[in-house]
Design a protein around this ligand. Structure first.
Ligand code: APR
Length: 238
């Protein structure tokens, strides 16, 4: 598959999406069992929803935060840590907000879309623990609305994280996508940027993606955890 490229790489970058977490029990968004099946993301995960649909907005994120309490990183995350220690895996650019890369001890993780493991006041920025969402604490002492620290549809991404991810994509000689439909921008620009700079592009995703035609290797219909395990076996890393 791409074990040899990993061995030869001087600068490997991983780009992960929600498909990286499904084997840990965290649903993705757009596959057949995804969170957006039968739901409109704009009515739940957007600035409009936060302003005009607060009850459903809070219920949606309360459900997602609650689900995290019974999840833990699957073996694929441990493989990524091994590659960071024993190979040239330099960074992980993730769209995920579940914090599983960090929980697994993966290093140099750039989180493009923030985290649902923290809340903050939408007005003054004061940080609150997620427990407050379960104690019905929805307003800050300043009067502002307390919301998850994720990037909502309609909000821009952190410019520093974007710049850092752009630098990583440009430096990569091997760029591996794990579990993303690659339909959301600007996140989906990073695999293109890496490829344009001459990196080998590998896409591991159960379903086809719009960038498959530009990839050097595409692995569909297989579970990420199994692919990472098999490649690791091929590398005979301990
Ligand atoms: N192994 C391989 N591929 C998988 C697995 C798995 N175990 N589980 C899911 N997938 C694939 C699905 O086929 C799907 O194409 O992962 C992909 C996940 O795509 P999305 O659900 O669209 O998730 P993602 O690409 O991360 O979404 C990007 O959209 O809603 C926003 O902010 C949200 O960060 C998210 C962004």
């Amino acid at each position: 598959m791409f074990a040899q490229w990993l061995k030869e790489s001087k600068y490997t970058v991983i780009f992960s999406g929600a498909g990286m977490s499904t084997e840990s029990g965290v649903p993705d968004f757009r596959s057949s069992k995804g969170l957006w099946q039968g739901r409109d993301p704009q009515s739940l995960a957007s600035t409009e929803a936060m302003a005009y649909n607060k009850k459903e907005f809070v219920a949606f994120y309360r459900m997602r935060i609650q689900a995290l309490q019974s999840t833990h990183p699957h073996r694929g995350y441990d493989v990524l840590s091994a590659w960071a220690n024993q190979l040239q895996l330099k960074s992980i650019i993730t769209q995920n907000t579940d914090g599983l890369h960090e929980q697994a001890g993966n290093v140099n993780v750039l989180t493009l879309h923030g985290t649902i493991r923290r809340l903050h006041c939408n007005a003054c920025g004061t940080v609150y623990p997620t427990d407050d969402y379960f104690n019905d604490r929805l307003y800050c002492s300043c009067g502002g609305f307390i919301r998850p620290s994720v990037v909502l549809f309609g909000e821009s991404l952190d410019s520093h994280v974007l710049a850092a991810a752009g630098r990583e994509a440009r430096k990569a000689d091997l760029f591996i996508v794990l579990g993303s439909s690659l339909v959301v921008s600007p996140a989906n620009s990073f695999p293109v940027l890496a490829k344009e700079q001459g990196a080998k592009l590998v896409i591991v995703n159960h379903d086809p993606t719009p960038l498959d035609s530009m990839a050097d290797v595409v692995i569909n219909k297989r579970k990420i955890g199994d692919v990472l395990h098999d490649v690791n076996e091929e590398l005979a890393l301990d």
